[in-house]
Design a protein around this ligand. Structure first.
Ligand SMILES: [Zn+2]
Length: 269
């Protein structure tokens, strides 16, 4: 048994503006269909930093997905929209193995990743040897504030929490080289390449982004043990994303690391 050959470590079941009027169960069905169409063996579903009629709670997503062994869940957590009880839920979910990580939404939420308020989340992740995923780079919404999501902020968290595994989501897009330096310097930091573009992409933009990711890989100057494949589905479409990946020159060994081997280790899949 080879195990999963493609792990998408970053998808959502939220209902976004370009996907209106589709109920949660149908969105799950669309996710499973898309995975099936593109031979994606396993996906990690990230829940939101807030719960609304368009954004299901972690417990809702856990309930809905528990019978699928090709899906994992990452609990969204925020200072402004969650409380001590929610953190205790995360502790329980880590203990019984139902969540793989916690996701923070710096930028969307106006706190730096090194804000003392997040320390309880980092301590919990260390206790269960689980990664924390942190949004970095451009925010999908205009109310987001970029100074909180700039990848340079991750360095403080990485240095002060050497036993914490940190996943920088979106490679700090558009600050790829800044993200590359954080990855190069800190061996406890990883980067997921999800959400670099929305929906369909112009050929020129695809080439531009493929160049930036290649530069980041070259800057690292070693095998990419810190890079993880992810799409941000349904914001990005799985087939289009796999095509984009083909624009990045990779040998088979490096490709396997990025597509599944690293994720297996980081998330314990
Ligand atoms: Zn996302």
């Amino acid at each position: 048994m080879l195990g999963p050959l493609i792990i998408d470590c970053h998808v959502h079941l939220n209902q976004y503006e370009h996907f209106p009027g589709i109920p949660l169960e149908k969105r799950l069905r669309l996710l499973l269909d898309s995975m099936n169409n593109y031979n994606v063996d396993y996906s990690l579903i990230l829940t939101s930093y807030k719960v609304t009629s368009h954004r299901p709670s972690t417990s809702e997503v856990l309930e809905l997905t528990k019978k699928y062994d090709n899906l994992g869940v990452v609990a969204g957590f925020s200072i402004d929209n969650h409380n001590e009880e929610d953190l205790q839920d995360c502790r329980r979910w880590f203990r019984d193995g139902s969540i793989k990580a916690i996701k923070l939404y710096c930028g969307y939420e106006h706190y730096y990743p090194y804000d003392k308020k997040y320390q309880q989340v980092y301590d919990l992740c260390v206790e269960f040897n689980a990664p924390v995923m942190i949004h970095t780079g451009d925010t999908f919404q205009k109310q987001g504030k970029l100074r909180f999501s700039h990848p340079i902020n991750i360095d403080d968290v990485a240095v002060d929490n050497p036993d914490l595994k940190i996943v920088m989501c979106h490679l700090g897009n558009p600050w790829f080289l800044d993200c590359g330096e954080i990855l190069y310097k800190n061996k406890n930091v990883y980067g997921d390449m999800s959400g670099l573009f929305f929906g369909r992409i112009r050929q020129e933009s695809e080439e531009y982004l493929a160049k930036r990711v290649t530069e980041l890989l070259n800057y690292l100057g070693r095998e990419p043990r810190c890079l993880l494949y992810g799409t941000d589905w349904p914001i990005s479409e799985m087939g289009i994303y796999l095509n984009f990946l083909r624009k990045i020159e990779l040998n088979t060994q490096d490709r396997d690391l990025i597509m599944f081997e690293n994720a297996k280790l980081v998330f314990g899949i």
